[in-house]
Design a protein around this ligand. Structure first.
Ligand SMILES: Cc1cc2nc3c(=O)[nH]c(=O)nc-3n(C[C@H](O)[C@H](O)[C@H](O)COP(=O)(O)OP(=O)(O)OC[C@H]3O[C@@H](n4cnc5c(N)ncnc54)[C@H](O)[C@@H]3O)c2cc1C
Length: 479
């Protein structure tokens, strides 16, 4: 099947899934006011592929049918540069506000399939073959995936990952006639209401865990026993003037309960193989999956710089403090772009013929972006000051009594009209101050595990050869 359209994607959502938002069990996200906007946005991403086929589609290597470029298993630097164009198109659609558009999981699984040798280690050949077959299905059916990797926090004094068997965490209960029965919880499935299937795969290694926790699989959202509890919505009714972002880009996050769920055998990729569970999230994953995350981050930072610059111009803020802060955001965007280019230029074959980026520049970004993004929001709020709150609504602009007053008293600097000024500051607030903005800041702090752990990881993984040589020169000098 070729890449799906938005309408085809939306029709796939009606499948009897158990997604809860508040007390509402949502059978179709289009029917729920908190989910409709984002459902339409994800549908638009599917349509985008057909609007820009040169950037977003490529021929399936076996069938020749056009499929999303995010499914490509890169075999060269050229493949990565081609994929970059598609990732950029998708990121620009939501100006980087939707982190888990389906390309994130597509890229991840293309990488896993490309390094199926890593999944086949330690006697897991059957699981690896299942994964390779699934990746083809994912690409050809053009599925939308959510994923859940993290063990739900109950008592951190017992450790970050399970030690022994933790019955509340996702684990295997038993083999069944058709596969395995699993039980327990995981966090946090972003995009869940807008997904066809849920993927489970490793995150942090868990050296002391009972092997029953070592699981990886993928199953349809409507699989019996699967329950999704969405967080409070930060979506607002669609009104592109009043809140241009909150009406469409709340991608949702859900707590997942596997309440005795049967996973068919052909969809099990790891079944109790702790060695594979603890090793597959290797440099290949980092050099591959972070291609998508960093193109998105760069896009979001460039948008943030753009909106902050417009805000400053709208009120004639040419003072040095404002210019410094604008230059700070630009620097974050440019450093992110530069790291992506470095990763692509230094790309190499990671094994099995699969080409991914050099993970080092991306590791550095991963350790830094969780701190840059909150600072970017702070800058936008500092530049915005009270202006982000002195913004008439579309209804007020439409009111013949209020309109002349607004035009007279709420205009901006120079030629900036009251309407232009309101649009700019509403966009700034929706990006940096709204409920959506608050959720997004939390996302940037934690979506690739916490910034704290990412910094520790950067230090652990860094190549210190040159640093040691530079220091040793002085330490080894004769007194
Ligand atoms: C909006 C959002 C969307 C998400 N989407 C997904 C998703 O789609 N799929 C998915 O699987 N997961 C998702 N996650 C979950 C995410 O992966 C976890 O929130 C993340 O891994 C952090 O988990 P944690 O609380 O265990 O973090 P920790 O690393 O434990 O960090 C929490 C805090 O603990 C403190 N801390 C204490 N001890 C340490 C230590 N030794 N090292 C580091 N920090 C320490 C730090 O202050 C840190 O900020 C999402 C999270 C958010 C917020």
């Amino acid at each position: 099947m070729p890449a799906r359209t938005g309408a085809e994607f939306l029709n796939g959502m009606r499948d009897g899934r158990e997604v809860w938002i508040g007390r509402d069990r949502v059978t179709d996200p289009r029917d729920h006011p908190a989910l409709r906007g984002a459902a339409e946005a994800i549908a638009a991403v599917f349509d985008l592929h057909h609007q820009f086929p040169d950037d977003c589609l490529f021929p399936d290597p076996e069938t020749g049918e056009p499929i999303a470029i995010s499914h490509i298993i890169p075999r060269s630097r050229e493949d990565l540069l081609r994929r970059h164009k598609g990732l950029r198109r998708v990121a620009e659609f939501s100006v980087g506000l939707m982190g888990r558009t389906p390309d994130y999981m597509n890229v991840t699984y293309a990488g896993f399939a490309g390094r199926s040798d890593e999944w086949a280690a330690n006697g897991n050949e059957h699981g690896a073959a299942n994964l390779v077959a699934f990746q083809k299905e994912l690409a050809r059916k053009d599925l939308s995936l959510t994923h859940t990797l993290i063990h739900a926090t109950t008592d951190k004094s017992r450790g970050h990952v399970p030690s022994g068997l933790e019955p509340t965490q996702l684990h295997k209960v038993e083999d069944t006639g058709h596969g395995i029965l699993v039980r327990g919880a995981r966090v946090l499935a972003t995009l869940a209401p807008f997904s066809d299937e849920i993927a489970v795969y490793p995150s942090q290694p868990m050296p002391d865990a009972d092997p029953r926790h070592a699981l990886s699989f993928c199953i349809p959202m409507a699989t019996p026993g699967l329950k999704f509890l969405c967080r409070d919505s930060v979506s607002l009714p669609r009104n592109d003037f009043d809140h241009p972002l909150s009406g469409r880009f709340d991608e949702q996050d859900a707590f997942v309960i596997f309440d005795d769920v049967e996973v068919p055998r052909h969809r099990v990729f790891i079944d109790g193989n702790l060695h594979v569970y603890n090793t597959v999230m290797s440099p290949s994953w980092r050099g591959n999956a972070m291609h998508q995350t960093m193109v998105r981050a760069w896009t979001k930072l460039e948008f943030a710089w753009g909106i902050a610059t417009r805000m400053a111009e709208a009120i004639g803020a040419t003072d040095p403090v404002t210019q410094q802060m604008l230059g700070e955001i630009w620097s974050y965007a440019e450093l992110t772009r530069a790291a992506i280019v470095a990763g692509e230029q230094q790309a190499y074959e990671h094994g099995n013929g699969a080409w991914f980026l050099d993970p080092d520049p991306l590791n550095a970004l991963r350790a830094t972006l969780p701190y840059w993004f909150p600072r970017v929001n702070e800058i936008i709020r500092l530049i915005g000051s009270h202006n982000v709150l002195a913004t008439p609504t579309a209804d007020q602009f439409a009111d013949p009594y209020l309109r002349p007053l607004i035009d007279k008293y709420l205009r901006g600097a120079g030629p900036v009209t009251a309407e232009e000024r309101a649009r700019i500051f509403r966009l700034g607030w929706d990006f940096a101050g709204s409920a959506l903005a608050s959720r997004n800041e939390q996302y940037e702090r934690f979506y690739l595990t916490s910034g704290a752990r990412n910094r520790q990881g950067a230090q652990l993984r860094a190549d210190r050869t040159r640093a040691d040589r530079l220091v040793d020169r002085f330490l080894q000098e004769r007194p």
